[in-house]
Design a protein around this ligand. Structure first.
Ligand SMILES: Cc1cc2nc3c(=O)[nH]c(=O)nc-3n(C[C@H](O)[C@H](O)[C@H](O)COP(=O)(O)OP(=O)(O)OC[C@H]3O[C@@H](n4cnc5c(N)ncnc54)[C@H](O)[C@@H]3O)c2cc1C
Ligand code: SF4
Length: 486
């Protein structure tokens, strides 16, 4: 084993970890960023769908709904590369409303308000160049076709806000990585800005296996270099885990932490495509995958779901996920649907859930994911599908199909809060059990957001970096801060 020492070790380089690492490096802190996946750049993002799934995505994981409500397994989708899921996401950038933060407060006593978070949101938005996306609307007829359906039902289809710049050529390849760097990931912003500089050390292909703890304090991590097979150690004054909501709780458990909230209250924000077949080619795979959305029903009392438009997966993802009233499709009907690939328009429904999923380890140490949707959650998923079916039919679709359930918005498995009885980490994201050990990713969300979560993850990560740098908790020594590099 070999080892070295840093002020902060950040594990995982996605929305949370990439921001914590970049922000601390920008403040002159010596940071080690460890990432399980490889380091790729725009030159690697060639829209080779199956290769992207292998190289940039975490191998698919599933949660099986309890009681078999007839929904099939929920596919859990995330990134595994430098930049994490931000490399393969669709860049929608929305702030959480005060209503959502009130839910956090009710769940675990987090007292954050929009006024507290707004400065962090603003900083992230500046960093990523968040803008309203209206450029698809005139150029791409399929967006107007979908809008016809929303208009017919009196529902509002609005442009969304996103972290894509004007180099976006609307190629639709976001889920396989952005070939133009128009899509802003933590890879091509927070991380690349600093990785050749003196403050950020980036080690891809480094799978962290446990946090080293001495006398109730984190002192470093042990990780596997997956290219050489060597087990290595690194020491740090503080350790931030940002492996995403499925992996961060596992790492805490593997490191001996026992708080029962670790791995509980996982929210899935279950998503389902609904597809409409039109007479003319729509080429919904050649748009910025999400340029519009409808939030008319996003509040629980209004229905509890949001709809994104217009989108369709690349051909493999589209074909393997198709369902009709008999379940997953097969044989000639599936072949016929795939043959008409260019004529389908997809709407993506996202339903609010009540955080009834979980992450745990079985007796052999293998990961286990469960979910237990309650009737109200199933009603929201059903209402969303029915609404999107009506939109597409009103827009002129001659056939409607849908996908199985999936999620790309897992959140909340190490919720932050004031009380160790109801939360896994405190309101500054430090674990209740081990000092100098922090969580800095989507696991923190006390309740699933009805909006896309990445901007909030990044805002909280910015807040965490500021807290660590200030040294208010005694983690980092102010006199050791090096000259600012930004
Ligand atoms: C296809 C897709 C589309 C999406 N679209 C949007 C969108 O439009 N807008 C939006 O707001 N959100 C979107 N999201 C969600 C958003 O990207 C995620 O919520 C967010 O990136 C999660 O941040 P995170 O830091 O928790 O985890 P990630 O960004 O997933 O980062 C976790 C990183 O940790 C690494 N890691 C895990 N375990 C270890 C370990 N043991 N050692 C070292 N490294 C480890 C992983 O490889 C990964 O790179 C989308 C996600 C996907 C997958
Ligand atoms: S649609 Fe735009 S942001 Fe998405 S991959 Fe293509 S160029 Fe990049």
């Amino acid at each position: 084993m070999s080892g070295d020492h840093f002020e902060v070790i950040v594990v995982g380089s996605g929305a949370g970890g990439g921001v914590v690492a970049g922000e601390l490096a920008e403040r002159g802190r010596r940071v080690l960023l460890l990432e399980a996946g490889g380091h790729y750049t725009a030159a690697d993002f060639t829209r080779w769908e199956s290769r992207a799934g292998h190289d940039f995505w975490w191998p698919l994981r599933f949660a099986f709904p309890a009681g078999d409500p007839g929904l099939g397994p929920v596919a859990l989708i995330g990134g595994r590369c430098v930049g994490g899921s931000t490399v393969i996401n669709t860049k929608v950038a929305l702030r959480a409303s005060q209503r959502e933060l009130d839910k956090w407060h009710a769940a675990s006593g987090v007292g954050l308000t929009r006024a507290d978070l707004d400065p962090y949101y603003e900083r992230v938005e500046r960093y990523l160049g968040v803008r309203e996306r209206t450029d698809d609307w005139d150029l791409k007829p399929c967006v107007q076709v979908a809008k016809r359906g929303f208009d017919a039902l009196g529902a509002k289809l609005e442009p969304t806000r996103a972290y894509t710049d004007h180099n976006c050529m609307q190629c639709g390849s976001c889920l396989q990585g952005c070939p133009t760097n128009a899509g802003k990931s933590t890879l091509n912003t927070y991380i690349h800005r600093h990785w050749l500089g003196p403050h950020l050390t980036l080690r891809p292909n480094s799978l962290v296996q446990r946090v080293l703890v001495e006398g109730g304090e984190a002192t470093g991590v042990e990780y596997l270099d997956t290219t050489t097979g060597e087990v290595r150690r690194a020491q740090g004054d503080a350790v931030v885990l940002a492996c995403g909501s499925l992996s961060t709780p596992q790492l805490l458990m593997r490191s001996g932490l026992k708080n029962p909230n670790i791995g509980r209250h996982l929210g899935l924000h279950p998503a389902q495509f609904v597809f409409g077949l039109f007479d003319e080619p729509q080429d919904a795979h050649m748009v910025a995958p999400i340029s519009a959305h409808c939030f008319d029903f996003a509040a629980d009392e209004a229905g509890g779901f949001a709809v994104e438009a217009v989108t369709v997966q690349d051909p493999i993802g589209f074909t393997v996920s198709l369902c009709d009233e008999h379940g997953p499709m097969w044989g000639e009907p599936l072949v016929e649907a795939a043959r008409n690939y260019r004529r389908w328009i997809g709407l993506l429904n996202m339903s609010n859930d009540d955080n009834n999923a979980s992450v745990s380890l079985d007796e052999d140490g293998n990961e286990v994911f469960t979910c237990d949707f309650q009737p109200v959650e199933l009603d929201r998923i059903g209402a969303a599908r029915e609404f999107s079916t009506r939109v597409l039919t009103a827009a002129g679709a001659s056939q409607v199909l849908w996908s199985g359930l999936a999620t790309t918005h897992m959140q909340g498995s190490c919720r932050m809060g004031a009380d160790p009885a109801t939360s896994a980490v405190d309101t500054h994201c430090q674990t209740h059990e081990v000092k100098r050990l922090y969580v800095g990713d989507s696991s923190l969300h006390a309740r699933t957001l009805s909006v896309n979560p990445s901007l909030t993850i990044m805002a909280l990560a910015t807040r965490l970096a500021e807290h660590l740098d200030a040294g208010a908790g005694g983690q980092l020594d102010a006199s050791r801060r090096e000259q600012l590099v930004a």
